[in-house]
Design a binder for this molecule. Sequence first.
Ligand code: SF4
Length: 89
Amino acid sequence: MEAVIPLPVRYQGVEWIEFANCKGADPGLFFPTESARTKVTEARKLCEACAVKEICLSEAMNDPSVRGVWGGTTYDQRKRRRRLTGLPA
Ligand code: SF4
């Protein structure tokens, strides 16, 4: 059975998700526990080659509730970027 990335409800059915490099990938890569840094590295490699990386990052930057790796960034990295750019953290 194919693993499914647990997307927030507002992204379910969104068209660009169909082109995501992480579609069918192990959700544990994108939503790892604190001790699973190698998984984050693996997830970010998938993001680097993803056709929808920019829109994915944009969506995650605009939604502080989004957790996990999106657009090649972790939750903490996005939180720092939001703070630096004046977006709501
Ligand atoms: S950028 Fe990464 S998290 Fe976003 S859709 Fe692509 S592979 Fe998935």
